[in-house]
Design a binder for this molecule. Structure first.
Ligand code: AMP
Ligand code: MG
Length: 350
């Protein structure tokens, strides 16, 4: 009896093992799309339990709700309330949801020589991007752009003292569009890790953070071709990494044959020139997001020193002629998916 019991246990164990090995990969990979508060998020989880999948969806939904309500650049909420108070020039208690973004973006503003500048909300609004529908007509008048630029809005004018903030420049209007998605993805990943999830990709419109692996191989992601539908390149990710791309194709309108897109050069007041897209790989999503925007503004000539100041180790810029500018470590990781190998200009190591 005892012996037969032992055999039975061994048989069950063997059956479980075989079932585990032959289980199709799809069963271990959970893939879902969530459309929450105007943002489409793709989640891929490897080896998560049904309870963890449910928890992940709840975490993402909640974080997107915060992003939508607290950091919206033009719909009334904590950020628009903060902007209203900043105009007064007086100290006020900053909404807690907004404060950490101010603190972190002040640093990133400095380290990017002001090219990442979330204080230029008035300029972004003047260009017509604080609206769900984009302009049909001409770009703003040069005089209106010049007069905003002359007021020199920047994050250095925003002071922080404990819970209170104030601005010494009434032209400052905060817009975290270049940074909030990354910040939100970082918060999502923190909570997923707390929930015991170790292998995941959170992808919001091509901007993503990955943790862990896809079973026995690394996660592999695609980078969009800025010129046409389809992929420019694929990249394998090593554990915890974020990949963010800023592109002139994301939000734009055309007038008189010219494309006016949403990434504004704070030095000129006009959409940044000479670049189609910038992709950055970094260990956290908020900095990757800010850096992709800053390098886009910096352009093909100046991206390298800015990437160094931001401590970015992998960057790739596609210029308006389709030439790829990147550092050697990035070149070692990208696998181009285009029919023809693009022209590549390698920088020094970052
Ligand atoms: P991203 O797609 O991450 O490059 O962010 C672009 C968004 O950030 C725009 O829609 C604006 O809301 C805002 N933005 C535009 N230009 C800048 C800039 N130079 N620095 C910071 N934020 C900007
Ligand atoms: Mg960005």
């Amino acid at each position: 009896m005892k012996r037969r019991g032992k055999h039975l246990v061994l048989l069950i164990l063997a059956a479980l093992l075989i079932a585990g090995c032959s289980r199709p990969q799809q069963q271990r990979l959970h893939h879902a799309q969530l459309f929450s508060f105007g943002t489409l998020v793709d989640i891929s989880l490897w080896g998560a339990s049904p309870a963890q999948v449910e928890e992940a969806e709840r975490i993402i939904h909640r974080q997107l709700q915060i992003m939508h309500n607290a950091w919206h650049a033009w719909q009334p909420g904590p950020l628009t309330a903060t902007n209203q108070q900043l105009r007064s020039g007086e100290w006020f208690v900053c909404p807690p949801a907004v404060m950490p973004l101010i603190v972190q973006s002040k640093q990133l503003y400095r380290r990017s020589n002001g090219l990442f500048n979330p204080a230029i909300g008035q300029l972004v609004s003047l260009w017509g991007f604080h609206s769900d529908t984009l302009p049909q007509g001409p770009p703003p008048a040069a005089t209106a752009i010049a007069s905003l630029l002359a007021q020199n809005p920047g994050m250095d004018a925003v002071s922080v003292d404990g819970q209170r903030v104030r601005s010494t420049n009434p032209a400052v209007q905060l817009d975290f569009g270049a940074f909030a998605k990354g910040y939100a993805i970082d918060r999502i990943v923190e909570k997923l890790v707390d929930a015991g999830i170790g292998n995941a990709i959170i992808n919001a419109g091509g901007d993503l953070r990955a943790i862990g692996r896809h079973g026995d191989r690394p996660w592999r992601i695609g980078i969009r071709n800025p010129d046409r539908p389809g992929l420019l390149a694929g990249i394998e990710l090593a554990g915890d990494e974020s990949v963010f791309t800023s592109g002139d194709y994301e939000r734009f309108y055309e007038y008189g044959g010219t494309r006016y897109h949403h990434i504004i050069d704070p030095r000129t007041g006009y959409p940044a020139r000479g670049v189609r897209s910038v992709t950055v790989i970094h260990d956290n999503a908020a900095e990757a997001d800010a850096a992709a925007t800053a390098l886009f503004v910096a352009g093909p000539r100046d991206w390298y020193p800015i990437a160094r100041q931001l401590d970015i180790k992998y960057a790739m810029l596609v210029d308006d002629k389709g030439t790829i500018h990147m550092n050697p470590a990035m070149a070692a990781r990208v696998q181009f998916e285009t029919a023809d190998q693009p022209e590549i200009i390698l920088s020094k190591e970052l």
